[in-house]
Design a protein around this ligand. Structure first.
Ligand code: BTN
Length: 255
């Protein structure tokens, strides 16, 4: 399904419609979003591309973004939230994306802490949330939430073998982009008052109840993941009984 500005806009009232730009190919939709913010973009926006030549993932990794078989887009919001709460954007983005993928595919997507979406224990979607901060006011000036969904991608590079997969079916991409934007904005507008989305995050967490491995201060640890805090941290209990709240980094889950 070809991306179309008119088809995305059809999901919005005129006054709530964000600025939308579509590319056949671009380095990274999140880079483009940041360039637009630097040029003075003040409205909410969606930058979407069929292909990325330099897709970026978390922790400085690249995100494999082949043409046609995936959907790559970045949402720009300007939520007036404090810098400490910025991790909640990541949680909100995972919840919104999971819901829409489930509704469109009728499959059972799960969230791997912090914000990878998995189906049948393989990663089908990655999310990179970045904030441009106003340190004087102590708030986020703009948030760029980049979402990459493998729709029908079959051949992944060797390093993603056995880790990445795709939805395995076509979806209405214009609808995906519009519905994820709308749901994410709805959660962000209520971020301080309505914590239901965190319960939803817990419900679909792939980590809770499982043994996870992670590195902390250069040391390898194994622990049981038991909960996600209201601030989006993963609570784990080590084999020695120590409780640790993880707030960043990567975990591996023994599935
Ligand atoms: C990850 O898996 O570590 C996060 C991947 C995020 C990929 C998306 S694709 C759209 C946007 N543009 C990028 O360069 N990255 C994000």
């Amino acid at each position: 399904m070809k991306l179309s500005i008119a088809d995305i806009k059809a999901y919005f009232n005129e006054e709530e419609s964000p600025f939308i730009e579509i590319f056949d190919s671009i380095d990274s939709t999140s880079n483009e979003a940041k360039r637009a913010i630097e040029r003075g973009l003040a409205s909410e926006a969606i930058f979407v591309s069929h292909h990325q030549t330099a897709g970026r993932g978390r922790h400085g990794k690249s995100f494999y973004s082949p043409g046609e078989s995936g959907l790559y887009f970045s949402i720009v919001l300007h939520p007036e939230i404090s810098l400490e709460k910025s991790v909640m954007l990541t949680v909100a983005a995972a919840v919104a994306t999971r819901e829409v993928i489930e509704a469109q595919t009728k499959k059972h997507p799960m969230i791997k802490w912090v914000n990878d979406i998995f189906i049948d224990n393989k990663k089908v979607c990655g999310i990179l949330a970045e904030a441009i901060n106003d340190y004087e006011k102590g708030i986020i000036k703009s948030a760029v939430i980049g979402i990459g969904i493998n729709i029908t991608t079959k051949d992944f590079p060797d390093e993603l073998d056995g880790i990445a997969s795709s939805l395995g079916e076509e979806i209405n991409r214009n609808e995906t982009v519009a519905l994820i934007f709308k749901r994410l904005k709805e959660i962000c507008d209520q971020l301080e008052n309505n914590k239901d989305f965190i319960d939803e995050y817990r419900k679909y967490s792939l980590a809770i109840g499982k043994t996870v491995s992670f590195k902390r201060n250069g040391v390898d640890h194994k622990a049981k993941a038991v909960d996600v805090s209201d601030n989006g941290e993963l609570l784990v209990i080590t084999e020695g009984g120590e409780e640790i709240l993880l707030n960043s980094g990567e975990i591996s889950i023994k599935l």
